[in-house]
Ligand binder design. Sequence first.
Ligand code: COA
Length: 326
Amino acid sequence: MRKVGIAGVGAYVPSKILTNKDLEKMVDTTDEWITTRTGIKERRIADDWQASSDLAFQAAQCALADARMEPKDLDLIIVCGVTFDYPFPATACILQDKLGATKAGAMDIEAGCTGFIYSLSVAYGYIATGIYDNILVVGSDVLSKITDWQDRSTCILFGDAAGAVVVTPFQGQGELLNFYLRSDGSYKDDLLIPAGGSRNPPSHKTVDERLHYMKLNGPEVFRLAVRVIEDAVVALLERAHLSKEEISLFIPHQANIRIIQTAARNLGIPLEKFFINVNLYGNTSAASIPLAFYEALKEDRIKKGDYVMLVGFGAGLTWGAYLIKW
Ligand code: COA
């Protein structure tokens, strides 16, 4: 098996900012409630014309430039998310065309907000076994388009973004060391879009009943999130024979600051070791972890040789973690 590493990292957020004060004018809420219950102060909202592949394109270009690579160098493109451009074809194909990545295969992976960790493990497998050399992994989501802007319990939580990495045989940076993936579909009803798929095909009725928007059992997902973050961190540390003290930075899925605080406390890990940007972007689903990773690098929170652990959870239920040595 070959060693595998991250050759480039990129991200993109739309320029339009929606603040908690703006939301006060849209639904019955307050900046104070949102800030204390979630830690979120503002989030980015895509333009009407922007779909998942448009955000993904920007993040991909940024990651390719960081890796000093051209689109034609890519062997495979993986896009993960929950708000793909169309039910089919794959958003990865649309991105392939936009980039002009003429030698690349393309596929989407849907694993909720854990999509980036799942996708990274797929890229790892192809490269470690020598099948492919250069794989682009993009987490992109435009949650504003599946958010019910009349539902105050969900519309305050989400934002739009994309984050990308280029994965290659190890070149001295960002070695992908080990990962842990889990799922439990018995919790599917706690976070889903009830209609629009083959279970409940779209109809006037489903639209009238607003079933094409995200539905969330907030308190239950909160409880599950705390439990599965702990599970993933403990399991991956064990698998990698490392102690929590040896991890320099945890990069958790950014859903709610209180989820991160509670998990950190339960794990006995100082909160300062968790990278946090949920205040600026809210929950951006599959983009959340690569966006946070990108910002952590820009802010110099990751040094050469550091052990970094990505940890995520999301609809499915899915959860998992990835250990990287930078
Ligand atoms: N503004 C003001 N009040 C609000 C509100 C808002 N935006 N949204 C809900 N409320 C009210 C509720 O109606 C409820 O009122 P009641 O007590 O009179 O019934 C009260 O606030 C408490 O609601 P609850 O849902 O119990 O709050 P909470 O502390 O659990 O926080 C979430 C709600 C959604 C912020 C929290 O549960 C959460 O973050 N869950 C995880 C969500 C998540 O991460 N999902 C994505 C996973 S990838």
